[in-house]
Design a binder for this molecule. Structure first.
Ligand SMILES: Cc1cc2nc3c(=O)[nH]c(=O)nc-3n(C[C@H](O)[C@H](O)[C@H](O)COP(=O)(O)O)c2cc1C
Length: 333
């Protein structure tokens, strides 16, 4: 287990005065700042090495030296060892931003803060903290297919946020290489003339391309395009360049699933409903010349996927879904 000394924590009388001292007199620089609201604020100051001075301005603690911070690579192992060797544990480990912290006491009564950073590259996930993790769980639980909308159009600024989330999702590198237009998004207001034309082409293509009977395709049955929309104000079509190798040549782009899911999660956070319209894949609209010309996309070069977004209808509640259970479907080998 690695152990290194990296922090001296001081409760300060005045943050301004202390920062001035540690910067102007001691030559340190501000590394980061945290505002704890009514709990006070923290400024970390760094010299040339990795160790830092932590200045805390808070009325909750007496002014003066507070603790020496010691980082360990494994909190459980560290605490078990300290306990076995008779060290006094002042505070059991608790989660802090980016890891956990415990307090023990040295033989002189000096407090030692034992800090364990989460076990990955710290700088990569610097922005992440437990609140984000909890929020994502909430978002995943709230996400559902919305199959019926109230017709009110979300603000364009919110639609833009949703699309930006979709653009920020993973893409297959090889087909995208050297191409600035490897992913394109088209927003179509469903009350437009363009939508009428798209609906007609989509229906025609549906009749030509989609086998009639299979149970699994029931959802795609767009007797008219309106069935798919059910008053959704916007249809969003995402297009991803196809390309070599063979994994990425299909009309059913793997990348677009990520794009859709990114938009779906963002829409959920904005309380905007989302429904996949994957019949755009089944109907091979990306290879349909008339359709591609309508939206201004080179025919046959892109895979497509689509969704509709809007506010859920007042009486709409999501279908009960039997998600796979962890206990019976997850195998740790
Ligand atoms: C690849 C894929 C394609 C889908 N296509 C459609 C679709 O065309 N129309 C639709 O209403 N829902 C579609 N869905 C949504 C699923 O039916 C839905 O996610 C699933 O039943 C779980 O329900 P939930 O989204 O409410 O959690 C699709 C989902 C996936 C993963």
């Amino acid at each position: 287990m690695d152990t290194y000394v990296n922090l001296a924590t001081i409760i300060v009388k005045s943050m301004e005065e202390s920062v001035k001292f540690y910067s102007k007199v001691m030559g340190l620089e501000i590394d980061s700042e945290y505002n704890l609201g009514p709990m006070g604020r923290i400024i970390l100051m760094r010299g040339s090495g990795n160790a830092m001075v932590e200045l805390i301005e808070s009325s909750l603690y007496p002014v003066g030296f507070y603790s020496v911070g010691i980082s360990v690579s494994d909190m459980d192992e560290a605490i078990t060892k300290y306990r076995a060797k008779g060290a006094k544990i002042l505070g059991e480990p608790v989660p802090i931003t980016g890891g956990s912290c415990a307090f023990i006491e040295d033989p002189n009564g000096v407090r030692l803060a034992i800090i364990c950073k989460t076990k990955w590259n710290e700088s990569m996930f610097e922005q992440m903290n437990p609140t984000h993790s909890e929020a994502l769980t909430e978002i995943l639980m709230a996400r559902h297919s919305v199959k019926s909308f109230n017709g009110v159009a979300p603000d364009k600024s919110d639609v833009e946020l949703i699309i930006r989330a979709g653009l920020r999702t993973p893409f297959a590198g090889i087909p995208a290489m050297g191409k600035k237009d490897f992913r394109r998004i088209f927003v179509i207001p469903t009350d437009s003339d363009l939508m009428k034309k798209i609906g007609a082409l989509h229906f025609e293509a549906y009749q030509r391309n989609v086998p009639k009977e299979p149970e699994s395709l029931r959802d795609y049955d767009p007797k008219v395009m309106d069935n798919q929309l059910r008053k959704a104000p916007y249809l969003i079509i995402a297009a991803e360049r196809k390309g070599m190798p063979i994994t990425y040549m299909s009309d059913n782009s793997i990348s677009l699933s990520y794009c859709m899911f990114g938009m779906w999660l963002k829409a959920t956070t904005l309380r905007i409903g989302f429904k996949l319209v994957s019949s755009f894949i089944a109907t091979k609209m990306g290879n349909n010349e008339e359709f591609c010309e309508l939206i201004g996309l080179p025919c046959g070069e892109y895979a497509l996927d689509a969704c509709v977004i809007g506010y859920p209808a007042d009486n709409y509640s999501p279908r009960e879904v039997a998600y796979p259970e962890y206990e019976s479907n997850v195998v740790w080998l």
